[in-house]
Design a binder for this molecule. Structure first.
Ligand code: ZN
Length: 198
């Protein structure tokens, strides 16, 4: 599971060695630490600080990476005409695990949530629009099947379709209200295969 780059993987491994911290918890803690203010991170162990400073966002897809562009964006064997839009790096990792998708990704780092004051400008939507060129044929919207995920999907569809690009949404095979991260590989693959036009 080296989807986030070496340094984050190392951090998750270090955290999972702590008593009472399983793999999933270690992953959650690692992402919490990455989003902390730096001065808070400094009081933690040196391995955590080094992971914090080495991680950056891919300038293309906004995934966490050690190298820019990230390993997925710079892979010539992947299909650069399809972009799957997900809410978080964890969702991307879930799809990578299925090995059933060979396109590119775009990580929004959240979803539109009016009640929490999170609007389109707080997400990596501008970065998504900016990377669209003639090579892009389809955008698959794979935001979570929650109210926020659906609102985000409709918003994206409205701004992407006028650009003349095919916009699809993953199927409802994913249980409503669930986090993509916890859905099994088969369900995720079916949701992708059964995607429909928006
Ligand atoms: Zn990338």
């Amino acid at each position: 599971m080296n989807y986030y780059g070496e340094s984050v993987t190392r951090l998750i491994e270090q955290l999972s060695r702590l008593p009472g911290i399983g793999g999933k918890s270690a992953q959650r803690l690692a992402f919490y630490i990455i989003n902390m203010p730096e001065d808070e991170a400094r009081v933690l162990a040196e391995s955590i600080v080094s992971a914090k400073t080495e991680v950056k966002y891919c300038s293309v897809c906004c995934n966490l990476t050690d190298s820019d562009p990230c390993a997925v964006c710079s892979n010539e064997r992947r299909d650069h005409s399809i972009i799957m839009v997900v809410e978080s790096p964890r969702d991307m990792a879930a799809y990578e695990k299925t090995k059933g998708y060979n396109g590119l990704y775009h990580i929004l780092h959240g979803a539109i949530a009016v009640t929490k004051g999170i609007g389109p400008d707080d997400l990596k939507i501008r970065e998504l629009v900016n990377r669209i060129d003639d090579n892009v044929k389809e955008i698959i919207i794979a935001t979570n099947p929650t109210v926020e995920g659906d609102v985000t999907a409709v918003y994206l569809s409205k701004i992407l379709k006028p650009l003349g690009i095919r916009v699809t949404r993953i199927a409802n095979g994913v249980p409503v209200g669930s986090d993509l991260e916890y859905v099994d590989d088969v369900t995720l693959s079916r949701a992708l295969e059964g995607r429909s036009e928006m």
